[in-house]
Design a protein around this ligand. Structure first.
Ligand code: GRF
Length: 206
């Protein structure tokens, strides 16, 4: 029985592509479906090219966000999803959706959380003048980018680096960190510390 991953996107989908290239069809892991919050997202073409079922769940097509979230959740459940990956999904998901998929919902964020949550994280880091930044893969909870950290990787940020350079480095890291996190979760190497629910244990030897 494959470990089935559903990926949520809004745009380019380069992290989706990394998952398709590095984990899809390997180690018993399957990217089973891709949902986009926007019609016409480039990531939808990537899903189609890989033969992965996809659909659009735009808020405007539903009475309100909760209705959209419920329809999306039902669609993911219909696909028998074990893990939902937010890979550049640029919308807030409501509490009911987050509770429904709690412990089975991860996000990739382009900063070393808890620094610079929310949108434009790279710009926030550059404006602040930090000298180290990075990428975080974390479980999703009810807050904005506040859930327990699964994996992080840092890089040095020399003075006056251009935003495009930082984006390039960030993406390179994301494209190996997110597939690694999915592989570790799928193979049972990731667990929560029973004495502190914020602490995630990763057993790379599992
Ligand atoms: C990534 O930088 C990710 O960290 C952020 O949104 C971006 C999505 O890029 N959450 P892509 O659509 O995967 O190319």
């Amino acid at each position: 029985m494959a470990f089935r991953v559903g990926v949520l996107i809004s745009g380019e989908g380069s992290n989706l592509q990394a998952l398709l290239d590095q984990v899809h069809g390997r180690d018993g892991i399957e990217v089973a479906c891709v949902a986009s919050s926007r019609a016409g997202a480039r990531g939808l073409e990537r899903a189609e090219a890989a033969g992965v079922d996809s659909a659009v769940f735009a808020k405007a097509d539903h009475p309100d966000r909760d209705a959209r979230d419920a329809a999306l959740g039902n669609w993911l459940d219909d696909h028998g999803i074990d893990l939902v990956v937010l890979a550049g999904f640029m919308e807030i998901l409501g509490g009911p959706f987050i509770r429904r998929f709690e412990g089975r919902l991860i996000n990739v964020h382009p900063s070393l959380l808890p620094a610079f949550p929310g949108v434009r994280a790279i710009e926030q880091a550059l404006d602040y003048g930090v000298q180290v930044s990075g990428v975080t893969v974390h479980y999703v909870d009810a807050g904005v980018d506040t859930g327990p950290v699964v994996l992080q990787e840092a890089f040095e940020l020399p003075y006056a680096r251009a935003v495009e350079d930082v984006e390039r480095v960030t993406h390179e890291i994301e494209h190996r960190l997110l597939p690694r996190a999915v592989r570790l979760i799928a193979t049972g190497a990731v667990s929560r510390d029973p004495s502190n629910a914020r602490v995630v244990r990763v057993d790379e030897s599992a």
